[in-house]
Write a protein that binds this ligand. Structure first.
Ligand code: SF4
Length: 178
């Protein structure tokens, strides 16, 4: 059996493995909000609108992902209402960097760039180079995701759309491991 795993869901393992597990095993996805629609519109306006989906097999999994922009380098754009980089929590950068690292692994490219755009300032406020993940890195992420440990970071939980489901963790655990 080959299980399909979205790169974005897998990348949340570095923030909360339990969120990654719920998305991978149960297909949960964040509800579409007005904020998300505004972000998507901005992606189109700035040309971060690649439509090509990539996939690659590893062990029993097929990892699937659609990078925002493909050129000399693979670019990932994140939008925010924050005014400057110092206001953005580190876990947001870590998740985005991991997502892009997976995209580089998926596409076989070596150069990646993460960009963050402030919708409040209407300006880019951060960019950094990102390197590809290795096969070992991907397997480690998958192992960690399927262990499903919940994060202890209350700031992450406060903003997480899965918060109500987490209260019923015993039910979900029963479904996964029996
Ligand atoms: S509410 Fe917290 S522990 Fe639960 S899935 Fe979201 S981030 Fe993870």
């Amino acid at each position: 059996m080959v299980a399909k795993v979205l790169a974005k869901s897998l990348s949340y393992t570095v923030v909360c493995p339990y969120r990654a597990l719920l998305e991978i095993a149960f297909g949960y996805r964040p509800p579409e909000t007005e904020e998300m629609k505004a972000g998507e519109e901005l992606h189109r306006r700035l040309g971060f609108d690649n439509e090509i989906t990539f996939s690659k097999d590893i062990e029993i999994y097929t990892i699937i992902g659609k990078p925002d922009k493909i050129g000399d380098e693979i670019q990932e754009l994140k939008t925010t209402r924050h005014y400057s980089r110092k206001d953005i929590p580190e876990y947001v950068i870590e998740q985005a960097t991991t997502q892009l690292g997976i995209y580089l692994w998926l596409t076989g490219r070596v150069k990646g760039r993460l960009l963050i755009y402030s919708m409040t300032r209407d300006a880019f406020i951060y960019e950094c180079k990102v390197l590809p993940l290795s096969d070992d890195d991907i397997v480690k992420l998958l192992d960690k995701a399927f262990r499903g440990q919940q994060t202890k970071n209350s700031d992450v939980c406060e903003k997480c759309y899965l918060n109500p489901i987490c209260k019923n963790r015993s039910l979900v655990s029963y479904c996964v491991w029996t």
